[in-house]
Ligand binder design. Structure first.
Ligand code: DQA
Length: 145
């Protein structure tokens, strides 16, 4: 299976960004772990990151013909972006919503997800471990289809 991990704004700064909330692992560390992890079940994964809402929409559009499923940490756009929600619906890609932190234990404005209703499921609160957990969940979901 060909999987995509798509990260939104400020996630390129993982490791240096608010490590008390997001942990010490960089995005490159997480990617290396995920590459090794998916190879154990014969899948491939590529990582993309954009700080721009339209860049994330473009990445979903670009994935629609050659990618089986997506793990999406949309960062703050999770809470605001109708465009991202529409892109998930339009591409009909199976998407797992992911957050390092438990957004429900944080500020009220993080309690709403614009994309939650159009994703397969949500994994949050497990820090960087959430990435391989989400890839496993996505693989299981796709295997049942
Ligand atoms: C986040 C949670 C969002 O509320 C925040 O804006 C982020 C990261 C997380 O992974 O915990 O940028 O998606």
């Amino acid at each position: 299976m060909k999987l995509l991990v798509l990260n939104g704004p400020n996630l390129n700064l993982l490791g240096e960004r608010e490590p008390g909330i997001y942990g010490a692992a960089s995005l490159a560390d997480i990617e290396a772990e995920c590459q090794a992890f998916v190879s154990t079940f014969g899948s491939s994964v590529r990582f993309e990151q954009s700080n721009h809402e339209g860049g994330l929409v473009d990445a979903l559009h670009g994935a629609r013909h050659d990618t089986d499923g997506v793990v999406l940490n949309a960062g703050a756009y999770t809470h605001t972006s109708i465009a991202l929600r529409d892109a998930i619906s339009a591409t009909r890609l199976p998407v797992i919503e992911l957050h390092l932190s438990n957004t429900h234990a944080r500020e009220e404005f993080r309690h709403t997800s614009m994309i939650a209703a159009v994703v397969v499921g949500i994994i949050q609160g497990f820090g960087a471990d959430g990435y391989p957990l989400a890839l496993r969940a996505l693989h299981q979901h796709l295997s049942k289809k």
